[in-house]
Design a protein around this ligand. Structure first.
Ligand code: B12
Ligand code: SF4
Length: 520
């Protein structure tokens, strides 16, 4: 059977990274079947295009995965595929949280022939075999003999064959620049950010988060050997392609067990499996100097920190009072001292937020080492304690917000501001954080760092701005470059003179050693 795994686009940005679930299920597919992957973020398709693809490629089963914000699109695609006579199985967080919706058991239309609840590592092979025999069941649940939910162990993690996979759709280097960049340094013809998980589960149970409910509160890890092996294979692939690779450790809290993280990072260093990496780590764990040293030494470049709010009352409300706003500056300075910077994430529209929250937050952010701040609104995802609380209180303004997805719009009424005010605060925060003036200030504030580093920081700022401001076409990029021209020009000038000086030094030292060799 030929199987297509499909993830719809998110409707706002072009994701910088492919979805891990597709590669994982592809690797877990029993032999004898062929699996094709389409990530809508990299390869946008409408219903007709997807159906034509399914027909032309003689696909016998389509698997669709989606987060809540993409699920309406996922349903539309699933409807079109099912209308063409091909069965659809859906899985992922949203389907697990609202199983009746996909199966049409909530009074709405049916979108899937079958659904996979929770982690599908162990149920996927069964789904494939049942589909091949034409005997798909409606619901697949990971349970043991006693019908109790079973979380898969990650000890025998499947091998994802990165060295042979077709990764063309995930190259972030624009086609036009590839021939030139291939020859630059050790090669920049390809640049891919690849997701790797080293563990699953989070015990913290923040009120708005689906992770503790979905993956559970006990943490499961892969072996260090399997992670190191995956990194080495990715490095090899990048070398073969004349390009570069970076890794996103997608664990929800990469340092949740500091002893184990330190041992993994030591093994990465020892095996020379270092690649530039980014991971999510909560601020409370980053107080450990040894851990931060190892992060820097093993290739860690950016750490995503869910700061959420600078107001302890808000943090207590959402069960996240292990975050201590008073510690943020120290944590960020500790990272910056090792050239590791933070992606700091904030949520507005919390119960203690009032108009002006953006300005108050930015005042703090701008006093810290420069990072990449991101802002969103508090969102009640289905099956979270937050959703239940707001539903009981009658505060859900759009109880099925995912069926009418509107980026950055509130779905419930905040306590101390209106929904519109919350949106305005998010808007103000993004506009101020990524304005050309702020970009210039951020770059100037790290003027003691090497110029390549500052260029990397500016590029990251220009990309991160795109999470909020659509910059999906050439025109948008040209405008952005024009707006930031003075910073770009200053950095380019400095980089050119640094390059020339280094070249002169190299030539001089070659000339100085040449007569000596001649005498010998
Ligand atoms: C990496 C990641 C991202 C990446 C993007 C996704 C990517 N390219 O990988 C980035 C950093 C960009 C991101 C952004 C966001 N993310 Co995010 N992200 C994650 C994260 C940390 C890891 C995802 C992952 O790969 N997990 C590991 C894989 C193996 O698990 P999985 O995807 O669930 O797949 C398993 C099963 O679900 C199932 N499965 C999945 N799909 C399918 C399909 C079929 C057919 C079958 C059979 C089975 C199946 O099988 C897999 C193996 O068991 C998750 C949290 C988490 N731990 O999962 C949050 C998570 C998915 N993100 C979440 C959210 C909310 C967001 C944002 C909206 C945050 C924000 N406010 O801006 C944005 C929006 C994204 C966008 N614009 O597209 C939520 C989604 C909740 C929900 N119900 O939708 C999660 C669960 C985190 C949370 N706090 O609750 N995210
Ligand atoms: S927000 Fe982060 S720390 Fe909190 S429960 Fe979710 S994954 Fe864990």
């Amino acid at each position: 059977m030929r199987i297509l795994l499909y993830n719809p686009d998110n409707g706002v940005t072009r994701n910088f990274m492919p979805h891990l679930w597709m590669f994982l299920l592809q690797s877990l597919t029993p032999p004898g079947h062929e699996v094709l992957l389409i990530d809508g973020n990299a390869h946008a398709m409408n219903e007709e295009e997807l159906v034509s693809f399914v027909r032309e490629e003689k696909i016998g089963l389509v698997g669709i995965g989606a987060m809540t914000r993409m699920v309406a699109k996922a349903y539309r695609m699933a409807d079109a595929i099912r209308a063409a006579g091909v069965p659809v199985v859906m899985g992922g967080p949203h389907v697990t949280e609202c199983p009746d919706e996909a199966l049409g058991r909530d009074g709405g239309a049916r979108h899937a022939d079958a659904i996979a609840l929770g982690e599908a590592d162990e149920t996927w092979p069964q789904i494939v075999e049942d589909a091949a025999r034409g005997e798909l069941k409606e619901v697949y649940k990971p349970v043991d003999e006693k019908n109790v939910e079973r979380k898969p162990s990650l000890q025998n993690y499947p091998l994802i064959p990165w060295e042979t996979l077709d990764l063309d759709q995930f190259n972030l280097v624009p086609k036009i620049a590839r021939p030139l960049l291939e020859r630059m340094g050790s090669g920049w013809g390809t640049f891919r950010v690849i997701p790797i998980e080293s563990g699953r589960g989070c015990p913290y149970g923040c009120e708005f988060c689906t992770v503790t409910g979905f993956f559970g509160d006990s943490i499961r890890f892969r072996t260090n050997e399997s992670v190191v092996d995956e990194l080495l294979r990715l490095k090899k692939r990048a070398r073969k392609d004349g390009g570069q690779v970076a890794v996103f450790f997608i664990d929800d809290n990469f340092a949740i067990n500091k002893k184990r993280t330190k041992s993994l990072l030591r093994d990465i260093i020892a095996a020379d499996a270092k690649v530039p990496w980014v991971a999510q780590i909560s601020a409370n764990l980053l107080k450990d100097e040894e851990l931060v040293d190892l992060i820097a030494e093993s290739g860690g470049k950016w750490v995503f920190i869910g700061m959420e709010s600078i107001d302890p009352a808000n943090l207590a409300d959402v069960n996240k009072n292990f975050n201590k706003p008073g510690d943020y500056a120290e944590v960020l300075n500790r990272l910056a001292a090792r050239n590791v910077y933070a992606i700091t994430s904030f949520i507005f529209g919390m119960d203690n937020d009032t108009p002006g929250v953006a300005e108050r937050t930015l005042e703090q952010v701008e006093s810290w080492a420069p990072g990449l701040p991101v802002f969103g609104q508090l969102t009640p995802f289905p099956a979270t304690p937050l959703y239940d609380r707001l539903e009981k209180a009658g505060r859900l303004a759009r109880p099925k917000h995912w069926m009418d997805f509107a980026p950055f719009e509130m779905a419930h009424v905040p306590l101390k501001m209106t929904m519109r005010e919350a949106r305005t605060e998010v808007d103000k925060a993004w506009s101020a954080s990524y304005s050309p003036e702020r970009n210039r200030e951020a770059i100037e504030s790290i003027s003691d760092q090497p110029v390549q580093y500052r260029i990397g920081h500016l590029i990251a700022r220009l990309f991160f701005r795109g999470i909020y401001f659509p910059q999906m076409n050439k025109r948008a990029w040209l405008k952005l470059i024009a707006q930031n021209r003075s910073t770009i020009f200053a950095l380019t000038k400095e980089a050119t003179s640094t390059y020339r000086a280094a070249r002169k030094r190299r030539i001089r030292s070659r000339n100085e050693s040449a007569p000596a060799r001649a005498v010998e």
